[in-house]
Design a binder for this molecule. Structure first.
Ligand SMILES: *[C@@H]1O[C@H](CO)[C@@H](O)[C@H](O)[C@H]1NC(C)=O
Ligand SMILES: *[C@@H]1O[C@H](CO)[C@@H](O)[C@H](O)[C@H]1NC(C)=O
Ligand SMILES: *[C@@H]1O[C@H](CO)[C@@H](O)[C@H](O)[C@H]1NC(C)=O
Ligand SMILES: *[C@@H]1O[C@H](CO)[C@@H](O)[C@H](O)[C@H]1NC(C)=O
Ligand SMILES: [Cu+2]
Length: 580
C-alpha cells in the first residue's frame, strides 16, 4: 500500500487504464476537472488539519465525477483508530441533473463526503452549521450507537438540532461487530431530501495474515430527486392540491448526479435546465478483480430497481452487512428508502455499458409527465478481461424476498419475552384540517422542543408514543414488534440503534391483513421464519399487511422507529422505544 497522505488518494481515484483517457476533454469537462482537483486538494488539506497526524481514512470522492471508488485496502489490515473530521454545512445552487436547485453542501460537496472506516473505529465529526436560519442534525443510519444514544441525531428524541452559526461535535464508536454499508443523513426537517447526506462504509477487518482478496468496491448512492425544494414538495403533500398524494419525483440521481432531459419539463412547472451532454462514468469496473457495488437508496420516496447491461448482479448482503442467499439476476428490485444492498457484478468482461436505474412507479398516485422513471448512467470497465461470461441467469431478483445465509438465526428463541402490537396508518382527519398525518397507534409524532432523553417521561407531550422495555444487562429481553400497516401502500420502516430479524411479512389482497397475536391464534401470513430470517435495520412493511420484527433489547437508550419516506416521517409516522 503506497498510500501515505490524503493527496495520494486522487491517484487511486484515477485508474491508469481509464479507457477514453486519450480522447481530448471538452473545455467544460476540463474546467470541472480543474475545479474538482482544487476542491479535492482543499478538502484534503482541511482533512489533514483535522486528523492530528493520522492518515485520514476517508474518500472525498464527491469531487471526482460520479465515481465513488472505495478503499477497503486502507482499512481492513489496520488497527482501529479515531477518525476526526471537520465539516461545514452550507447550501448552494447546483445542477445535479442539469436543473438548478438549492442543495445542501458539506465542505462544499453534494452529496456529503463519504466516510470509510473499519469496525471498532471511533468517529469524531465536528459539524459547523453555516446555513442561514436553519437548524440541522445528523443521524448515522444503521449504526448501533451502543453507549452513544445521545449522538444518534434524531431531533426531538435524542438530540437538539445544531442552530445556525453553531457547531456540534458528534462522537461515537462503531461496534467491533458492525461492518457494512451505512449512511448518514439529516434527521431534522426535510433536509435529507435536498441532499444533506452521505455514505458511511464500515469495512470488515481482515484477520492477521489473511490473504482474502479484496474486491473493487463502488459506492452507488441512488435516489429519487425533486426539482422543487423538499419544503415545497411537503407543502404540496399537505396543502397545495396534492392533498394526500405523495409528491411524485422528477428525476433520478446516482452519487449526486443525473441527466435530466430538459424537454421533459412541463409548461406548468418551467425549469432552469441545462442539458448535461458529457458525463463521467458513474462506475468504473476493474476487470482484474471482483467488483462489488454498495448500493444505498438515499431517496425520499420511491423504491429503485437496478441493472447493468450485459452483466448479472448477485446480492451478497443487506443493510448492516448481513449476508443473504440470492441468485444472480439481470435486474434487482426494489430497494426502498433507507435500505442498502451489496451486490457482486458478474462477469466484468463487458466493455462500456450503463447502469439502468428504475423508479418503482407503481406506487405513484398521479402521473408526473415531467418524469422519465428510467435513467441510464455510464459504466466503464478497465483492465484485461479475465472472467468468463456467466451462464443463464434469472431475469429479475426481488430484493424483498431474499433470505439470510443459513445459521444466522441459531440464537433466536422460539418465543419473545415481550410483544408489541402496532398499527400504522395515514389519515386525513377533520380535526386536523384534513391534512394527511401519519399515525402509529393513534399518535402522530412531532418532535418535542427538548429531546426526550433529557426529560422526565411525565413531561413528554401527546405526540410521543414511546413504549418502555425494561433493560437487564445480564438478560436483555427479546422483543417482537408486530407492525401492522393499514394503508394501501407499503412503508419502509427504520429502527434506530438496533438490527432486527424479519420473522414474517404479509400483505392481504382482500382485507386489512392485520395480525394481533393476542386475538388471533394463527398469523394470516403463516408461521414465522426461524430458519433464515433477514437481519435488517430498515424493512418494507407491506400494504394492507404486517411485518413481525424480533430484536434483542440489549442497547439502552431511546430509539426511534419511523417510516423512511420523507413525507410520511414529516407528517408524523414515527414513534420510539425506551430501553432502560
Ligand atoms: C429528450 O426528449 C425528447 C422528447 O421526448 C427527445 O426527442 C430527445 O431525443 C430526448 N433527448 C435525449 C438526449 O434523450
Ligand atoms: C396499539 O393499539 C392496539 C389497538 O388499540 C393495542 O392492542 C396495542 O396494545 C397498542 N400497542 C401498544 C404498544 O400500546
Ligand atoms: C385518538 O387520539 C385522539 C386525540 O389524541 C382522541 O380524541 C381519540 O379518542 C383517540 N382514538 C382512539 C381510538 O383512541
Ligand atoms: C436480571 O437477570 C438476571 C438473570 O436472569 C436475574 O438473576 C436478575 O434478578 C435480573 N435483575 C433484575 C433487576 O431484574
Ligand atoms: Cu411511509
Amino acid at each position: 500500500m503506497s498510500r501515505k497522505r490524503s493527496g495520494n488518494a486522487s491517484e487511486i481515484l484515477l485508474p491508469e487504464a481509464t479507457p477514453n483517457s486519450t480522447t481530448p476533454r471538452p473545455r467544460t469537462k476540463r474546467n470541472i476537472l480543474i475545479f474538482a482537483i482544487i476542491s479535492f486538494l482543499t478538502i484534503g488539506s482541511i482533512l489533514l488539519a483535522h486528523t492530528q497526524g493520522h492518515e485520514p481514512y476517508t474518500a472525498e470522492d464527491g469531487a471526482r465525477g460520479g465515481r465513488y471508488l472505495l478503499h477497503p485496502e486502507a482499512h481492513v489490515d489496520r488497527q482501529a483508530t479515531t477518525i476526526t473530521l471537520g465539516w461545514t454545512v452550507t447550501s448552494g445552487l447546483r445542477r445535479p441533473d442539469g436543473v438548478l436547485k438549492h442543495v445542501y453542501l458539506i465542505n462544499g460537496v453534494f452529496p456529503g463526503p463519504t466516510i470509510e472506516a473499519r469496525s471498532g473505529d471511533r468517529v469524531v465529526v465536528k459539524v459547523k452549521n453555516e446555513l442561514v436560519d436553519e437548524e440541522l442534525s445528523l443521524h448515522w443510519h444503521g449504526l448501533s450507537m451502543r453507549g452513544w444514544n445521545d449522538q444518534d441525531g434524531a431531533v426531538g428524541i435524542t438530540s437538539s438540532p445544531i442552530t445556525a452559526g453553531d457547531s456540534f461535535t458528534y462522537d461515537f464508536r462503531i461496534e467491533d461487530t458492525q461492518h457494512g454499508t451505512f449512511w448518514y443523513h439529516a434527521h431534522s426537517a426535510v433536509q435529507r431530501a435536498d441532499g444533506l447526506f452521505g455514505g458511511l462504509v464500515v469495512h470488515k477487518p481482515r484477520s492477521r495474515g489473511s490473504s482474502r482478496s479484496l474486491p473493487a468496491e463502488h459506492l452507488v448512492i441512488v435516489q429519487d430527486w425533486y426539482h422543487r425544494t423538499a419544503g415545497e414538495a411537503l407543502e404540496f403533500y399537505t396543502h397545495l392540491g396534492g392533498f394526500g398524494n405523495e409528491p411524485v419525483p422528477d428525476s433520478i440521481l446516482v452519487n449526486g448526479r443525473g441527466a435530466y432531459n430538459c424537454s421533459d419539463a412541463v409548461p406548468a412547472r418551467p425549469l432552469d435546465c441545462e442539458p448535461i451532454d458529457d458525463r463521467d462514468a458513474t462506475i468504473e469496473l476493474d476487470r482484474n478483480r471482483e467488483n462489488v457495488l454498495r448500493v444505498i437508496n438515499a431517496g425520499a420516496y420511491a423504491g429503485i430497481g437496478l441493472s447493468i447491461e450485459n452483466v448479472v448482479l448477485k446480492p451478497l448482503a443487506v443493510d448492516g452487512g448481513h449476508a443473504v442467499v440470492g441468485t444472480a439476476a439481470s435486474r434487482v428490485k426494489f430497494l426502498h428508502p433507507g435500505e442498502r444492498v451489496n451486490v457482486l457484478v458478474e462477469p466484468t468482461i463487458i466493455g462500456d455499458s450503463h447502469l439502468e436505474v428504475t423508479l418503482d412507479s407503481s406506487t405513484f398516485n398521479y402521473p408526473n409527465p415531467a418524469l422519465t422513471p428510467v435513467h441510464h448512467f455510464p459504466v466503464l470497465a478497465y483492465g484485461k478481461p479475465k472472467q468468463r461470461r456467466a451462464g443463464i441467469q434469472k431475469e429479475e431478483m426481488n430484493l424483498q424476498a431474499l433470505t439470510s445465509s443459513p445459521a444466522s438465526s441459531n440464537i433466536l428463541p422460539s418465543q419473545a419475552d415481550m410483544t408489541f402490537v402496532l398499527y400504522s396508518i395515514t389519515q386525513k382527519l377533520a380535526r386536523l384540517d384534513n391534512v394527511p398525518h401519519g399515525f402509529i397507534n393513534n399518535t402522530s409524532w412531532r418532535p418535542q422542543l427538548s429531546p426526550l432523553i433529557t426529560m422526565d417521561r411525565a413531561l413528554w407531550d401527546k405526540h410521543q408514543f414511546v413504549p418502555h422495555i425494561p433493560y437487564n444487562e445480564s438478560s436483555p429481553k427479546w422483543v417482537d414488534l408486530v407492525l401492522n400497516n393499514l394503508d394501501e401502500e407499503s412503508h419502509p420502516f427504520h429502527l434506530h440503534g438496533n438490527d432486527f430479524y424479519v420473522l414474517s411479512k404479509y400483505s392481504s389482497s382482500w382485507n386489512w391483513g392485520s395480525y394481533n397475536p393476542y386475538e388471533q391464534d394463527q398469523p394470516p401470513g403463516g408461521s414465522y421464519d426461524f430458519e433464515s430470517p433477514l437481519k435488517k435495520d430498515t424493512v418494507l412493511v407491506p400494504r394492507r399487511g404486517y411485518a413481525v420484527l424480533r430484536f434483542r433489547a440489549d442497547n439502552p437508550g431511546i430509539w426511534m422507529l419511523h417510516c423512511h419516506v420523507m413525507w410520511h416521517l414529516a407528517t408524523g409516522m414515527a414513534m420510539a422505544f425506551e430501553v432502560s
